[in-house]
Every structure is written in structure tokens, then in C-alpha cells.
Design a protein around this ligand. Sequence first.
Ligand code: CTP
Ligand code: CA
Length: 228
Amino acid sequence: IETLLADATLKGLKALVTSGPTFEPIDPVRYIANRSSGKQGHAIAAALARMGAETTLVSGPTRLPDPPGVTTRHIETAAEMLAACEAALPVDVGVFAAAVADWKVARPANQKIKKDDSGRTPALELAANPDILQSMSHAGARRPKLVIGFAAETENLIAFAKAKLEKKGCDWILANDVSPDRGTFGGDRNTIHLVTQANSEDWPDLSKLEVADRLGRRIAAHFGRVHA
Ligand code: CTP
Ligand code: CA
């Protein structure tokens, strides 16, 4: 529901957002992927655009429409997502919300893998994918001025998020609890903890649209655009 009005709070700033899963091919008809609806990333891209930022969304396959006012690049693999992100630089702020597959299939088959009558099953050899958040955090002069990642954890939420922030070299992490009793996967709500180098801030349970709006206002405050 588009209840939020457009404004010029982030006018003159460029934003890059990733969203959705990546698909890593096994063969021409099969892939491995992460669970991700793309709802949170798409909502963030829409919110930043609505606040006046020139926004590029790099998205894996989702069921969502392209957000209005956003330049959307559609990709499938993590390697393609990284290339599209690099092409979008320089930007002022990067929000990396995609559920990137940590591994790809080392050697995808060129033809559909067929069952045979021997009963043998194929074994998949995996290889590491690039870490887009980490790579963007270490992009030197082209690094976004503010780099924001997500951390979905099932335990030790704040401590794991802080460790992730340090390891990846990003500025903020939006940590959310995905333990089974909270179960926000694919849903419309998120309980976020904004973790920075210095501290962490607990947000109330919010809709993904409200999370996007609140993040947009925090970004604006960071760039001295409004009082938080
Ligand atoms: N991320 C990324 N590229 C990857 C893996 C993760 O850009 N290849 C980003 C995600 O978009 C997210 C953040 O890194 O913003 C954390 O992702 P997450 O899967 O929670 O962390 P990992 O470092 O992959 O660690 P693990 O899955 O082992 O918890
Ligand atoms: Ca991961």
C-alpha cells in the first residue's frame, strides 16, 4: 500500500540496492537457490527512490513487479549480481539485502543431466561465490560512502551480526532473527536490530514497508538531510 508520500529528502544522492535470491545453474533446467521473496529489498529500493535518491535495484528472480521510479537490473547468478553492482558504482549508499547463494555449482552441465538405469545419483561439486557485500565494502575509491548489509541469524543475533560487520567491512548491519519460532521468511514483517561499530538499536516489529521507510530516514540523517 503506497501510503508514503514522495519527497526530496535524498535528492542528489545515488543508491544501489540488491534484492531477491540468486539462482546458480546445475544444468540448463535446474538450479540451486536461497529462500527469498525480495520483499524487503524491493521495499527499500522503492523507499529510497520515493525520498528522491537516484536508485538502482539489482535483483535476482522474484515474483515482484519492478518498483516505480527505480532502475531495475535483473540477474540470476551471484557473479552476474556482482558485475551489475560494479557497473552501478559510484553510489553514495549501498544496501545489500539479497539472499546470495554462498556456493555455485563448480561445473554446470551444458546439457540436461539425464537419469540412467544404473541407480547412480549425480554428485554436485560446489565452488564459492563472490561475496558482494564484502567486495563493495572494499571497493577503494569506488566504495559507497555508506555500506549496509543484512544478517539473518537463528541464534546469538547481535554478536553474530557484529562479527559479520567486522568481517565484511560494512558500516551498518540490519540483523533479523529467523529462528523457527520467529519465522519471518517470505512474510510481510521484520524485527530488526540496527547494528553499527559503536552500538545496536532494537527496532519494534514492523512491516517490511515500515522497515524500508525507517531505514530511508536513518540514511537521510546519516547524510545530514534530516533530524533522525
Ligand atoms: N552477501 C553478499 N554476497 C554473498 C553472501 C552474502 O553480498 N555471497 C550479503 C548479504 O546480502 C547480506 C550479508 O552479506 O547483506 C550477510 O549475508 P549472510 O548470508 O547472513 O552472511 P554470510 O557472510 O554469507 O554468512 P553465513 O551465511 O555463513 O551466515
Ligand atoms: Ca550466506
